[in-house]
Each structure stands twice: as C-alpha cells, then as structure tokens.
Design a protein around this ligand. Structure first.
Ligand code: ARG
Length: 258
C-alpha cells in the first residue's frame, strides 16, 4: 500500500514535470513555449513523404496534411525520419506522438496502435521491367522473385504468394533499384507511390501494371489508448475536409486523379 502511494506521488510529480505517467501524455513544449506534436515518418515514400536532394524540408501529401492538422490543433509539428519498420516501436516507446507515413489501417496493427479516421484510399500494385513478358497479373508472381519494403503490407501480401522468393529491403527506392538491376522480377508496393515513381520521376525501363492486389486505407497512428489525441486529430481532419484545405493539399500532390 505504501509502495502504491509512493508510485502515485511519483506519477503526480512526473505529470507536473510534463513527462506523464503512462496513459495520456501531455504534449512536450517547444523552445518558444508552444505545444509540440512529435511526428514519426519514414521519409522514403514520394509523394507522401520524401526529401528532395539539397532540400532540408520534408515534403509530400502526408507532410502537408500533418502540418495542417497540427496547426488546426494549435501544435507545432516536429517530424523525425524513422525507418518504416521502426515506426510502431518508436510510437510504443513514446519517442513520437503520432505516425503519418502512408500507414495502412489493419487489424494486426490495431492490436498495437490506435488509428485516426482514414485519410487516403490506397492499395497495392506492382512494377516490373518494361520488357517483361511473363508477368501480367499477380497470379503470374508464383515462384518469382519479389522486392518489398520491410514491415509493409506489401511484404505481408507477397509472402502469401506460392513459391515466391521475397526480398525485404529498407526502402521502395532500394526495391526499384533491385528490379532494374535484375535482382528481382517485380516490386509490390503502394499504387500511388508506384504511379508517382513511373510517371513523375521520369523513369525508363520499368512499368506499372494496372491490377490492384488490395485496397487499403491510410490512417494516422497514435499510441494504443490515446483516445484524446486520436479525437483531436479526427476533429482537425474533419475541419480540413470541410474548409477545403484537405482538397487543396490533395490537388497539389495528386491533381484531379483519385
Ligand atoms: N501502406 C503500406 C503499409 O502500411 C506501406 C507504407 C510505407 N510507408 C512509407 N513511408 N514507406 O504497410
């Protein structure tokens, strides 16, 4: 009993010091005294989160969206670049408050994190070499070599393909490189990212196939049980959808396409 009391007192002290005691955490404060939303993103996923050479700012749809959400909530947004398979652990360790990184909402992840309302409809497609004759649909991937980004839904889906040899690499760029070098026969990855890679970055020698393996929704992840933060994010997202800001950001990165 005495020990419990002690823990309680320590928690209170910690709460006053803003470090929190499990459960709901108070936001950190910035040097200028404002509240800070610490965001984790795997900055390797154009047009959602990427960094152009010689540019310090992270850019993309997710980056604009989370900055707009932060602004709406009255938070300063601080983004850390973390490898995709390290994102959920970073959230669980409370190194960051939220994840925005084209993260697909699924039941497996819901056991470890909570999600905001969906903010983008996506799904998986594949990229093959331009001269590829034998792979036209996903059923042709049986027994083939496939590159995927580690920790993604693509990795999960590719492993279900009979006889396929799945190479899990750190970034989609590594996967595309492997495809071009002939190390794999196909890359399975999120459709908008494949489309952007093929059409926007002027790639040659590779093509994307139209078939969609899955349809998936992206959500912003918060620590399991942090209802308060999820609600604030949902309210901000709703506001941005109502006031046209979401559409503006969408049009900036995807034009009229859906
Ligand atoms: N949507 C896929 C998933 O959730 C891939 C996300 C990869 N995101 C990234 N920033 N690399 O598993």
């Amino acid at each position: 009993m005495k020990n419990l009391l002690l823990v309680g007192v320590l928690c209170l002290a910690a709460a006053i010091g803003l470090s929190g005691c499990g459960g709901n955490q108070e936001a950190a404060t910035s040097s200028s005294g404002g509240k800070v939303l610490k965001v984790g993103a795997s900055v390797d996923f154009a047009p959602f989160e990427f960094q152009d050479e010689g540019q310090s700012e992270y850019q993309g749809f997710d980056m604009d969206l989370i900055r707009a959400i932060g602004k709406e909530m009255g938070y300063e947004v601080e983004i850390s670049n973390i490898g995709f398979d390290g994102l959920i652990p970073a959230l669980q360790a409370k190194n960051v408050d939220v994840l925005i990184s084209g993260v697909t909402i699924n039941d497996e992840r819901k056991q470890n994190v909570d999600f905001s309302d969906p903010y983008y409809e996506s799904g998986l497609t594949m990229v093959v070499r331009e001269d590829e004759q034998n792979i036209k649909t996903f059923s042709d991937l049986k027994g083939k070599k496939i590159a995927v980004q580690i920790g993604t839904t693509s990795a999960k889906e590719a492993k279900k393909i009979e006889g396929a040899e799945v190479k899990e690499l750190n970034t989609p760029a590594d996967c595309f490189m492997e495809l071009k070098n002939g190390g794999v026969d196909a890359v399975v990855n999120d459709r908008p990212v494949n489309d952007y890679y093929i059409h926007k970055s002027g790639q040659t020698g590779v093509k994307t196939l139209p078939e969609r393996l899955t349809s998936e929704d992206y959500g912003i992840a918060v620590a399991k049980g942090n209802k308060e933060l999820a609600e604030k994010i949902n309210a901000a997202l709703k506001k941005l959808k109502e006031n046209g800001e979401y559409d503006k950001i969408f049009a900036k990165w995807f034009g009229a396409q859906k």
